[in-house]
Design a protein around this ligand. Structure first.
Ligand SMILES: O=C(O)CCC(=O)C(=O)O
Length: 481
């Protein structure tokens, strides 16, 4: 397997103290990598960070030897694309071993076994979204092969990761993840990522059907869009990168993504990193679940498979959903109270530190300013040869797209690096939406302490969501179907 570009230290910093001469050095310390991940608001590719991870050898071939006889569910999709997204509800499924997958993927005609009904020239196969804990039940040592601690998350390894193994053309339709941000390690083959910023959400025509907790899908097939039906999609700012083995993509919170395998076999490993904002997102997701389940089962009580994503086991009852909602609201308030205390403590501590700095500045203003200027410049752009921003692609007609080498990340680097500053955004405070505010006020009107078991009833929920202000927003929303 090819190592990441420049895996020997020619693009990294010189070996530091205690480092053997010629031994590769990681371009970022775990602390620096985490700082970047927590502050960056645009996708970027980390290079030269995983050359010593044992997981870099996890080709599909190698994994088939690690998991002999292990039956894995493959999602089967059609290579020919329509303007409609190929949602998981429209795919078929088969259970097979990795060995059977590799045999089928050689493309020999007339094979027997689980893939016998799938002509290799017409179908792709995807063992997607497989939690390590389910795949490697009795081989937990393998979790250590993935070392997210290098990115500043101590103890995080395969246990908190998922594995994706696909054939050419295998893809995940465009969606955003409600929780966390994402780190994706490309192990074998290349995957092309089409990313769109959260601000472009209206241009992606979001939908909750098929319903899956934590995923908001787009109605647009972003590689073959129906622009008559989704005219606003023209305004969506596509960012594109072909992720190669050895590279790690950082996907910031709420960035939309469509991901396709562009080599005969691809393997990747990812981990979603929890964020502070997830507490609020959990409340939002609980509200969504309650509404989707209630309305869809009312519409047709017998056909959940049509709207429930196959990743969801079954629709849950209204009672269960209300309990879930109350749990999420309680957790949100508990967290909010704790973080307020921490914030107060930090303010107090920072206040003391601020006084020390003010004191130091007296008498050394010139030099101090110079240093601050340097620090500011460094903070403005973390980019360089080992952290490559994924930038916006010049939009072209869909039929002209599709060269698989259009961006390997490195192409985006200007020699002088001047443009990086403009591309570098830092996290903004996200304001609560009106309905979220309404929920919080609803809870607050019940008292100032964190809510106990079942504080929010169905009527409370309806009071928040079905009021003239909210319905007004709904009636001004342009219909798309
Ligand atoms: O690799 C893929 O097909 C999709 C990955 C994805 O959606 C994710 O990591 O959030």
């Amino acid at each position: 397997m090819a190592a990441g570009p420049g895996a020997t230290s020619d693009t990294g910093p010189a070996a530091g103290a205690g480092q053997e001469a010629g031994e590769p050095v990681k371009p970022f310390t775990p602390e620096k990598a985490k700082e970047i991940i927590m502050s960056l608001e645009q996708p970027a590719v980390f290079c030269n960070m995983v050359f010593d991870w044992p997981a870099q050898h996890w080709t599909a071939e190698h994994l088939s030897e690690v998991l002999p006889g292990k039956r894995i569910r493959f999602r089967m999709g059609l290579k020919s694309t329509d303007t409609a997204p190929q949602f998981e509800t429209a795919c078929s499924y088969t259970e097979a071993t990795l060995e059977e997958f590799l045999t089928w993927n050689c493309g020999q005609p007339r094979i027997s076994g689980p893939f016998r009904d799938y002509d290799h020239s017409k179908f792709w196969a995807y063992a997607d979204y497989k939690y390590f804990v389910n795949l490697f039940e009795d081989k937990t040592d393998i979790f250590q092969d993935v070392m997210w601690s290098d990115f500043g998350f101590p103890g995080r390894n395969g246990r908190e990761s998922t594995l994706w193994i696909g054939s050419l053309g295998a893809h995940t339709p465009c969606h955003l993840d409600s929780y966390g941000c994402n780190l994706v390690f490309q192990v074998q083959g290349r995957k092309r990522w089409h990313l769109f910023p959260p601000e472009d959400t209206p241009f992606l025509y979001p939908t909750r059907i098929p319903y899956e907790e934590s995923s908001v899908f787009s109605k647009v097939n972003v590689v073959n869009p129906d622009l008559k039906r989704f005219p606003q999609f023209r305004k969506a700012r596509r960012h594109m990168v072909a992720l190669s083995p050895g590279q790690v993509l950082f996907v910031p919170r709420h960035w939309w993504h469509y991901v396709e395998s562009i080599d005969p076999v691809t393997v990747s490993v990812n981990s979603w990193i929890e964020l502070e904002e997830d507490h609020q997102a959990r409340v939002e997701e609980a509200i969504t679940r309650t509404l989707v389940c209630a309305l869809k089962t009312a519409e047709d009580p017998h056909n959940t498979r049509a709207w429930l994503n196959p990743t969801e086991v079954e629709e849950t009852s209204h009672e269960v959903n209300c309990r879930y909602l109350n749990g999420a609201v309680s957790a949100f308030f508990n967290h909010y109270r704790t973080s307020k205390v921490i914030e107060m403590q930090a303010l107090r501590t920072n206040g003391e530190e601020l006084n020390v700095h003010n004191h130091m500045e007296v008498g050394q203003t010139g030099r101090q300013n110079l240093t601050l200027e340097t620090v500011k410049q460094e903070a403005a752009s973390p980019f360089g040869p080992d952290l490559v921003p994924v930038i916006q692609s010049p939009e072209e007609a869909p039929s002209e797209r599709g060269g698989i080498f259009e961006s390997d990340g490195k192409d985006f680097l200007g020699k002088d690096g001047e443009h990086f500053g403009k591309l570098h955004n830092t996290k903004r405070q996200r304001r609560m939406s009106r309905s979220e505010n309404a929920i919080v006020e609803q809870v607050a009107s019940h008292g100032t302490t964190a809510p106990s078991q079942t504080l929010i009833s169905t009527d409370d929920l309806l009071d928040c969501l079905v009021n003239p202000q909210e319905t007004d927003v709904l009636t001004s929303f342009p219909p798309t179907t």
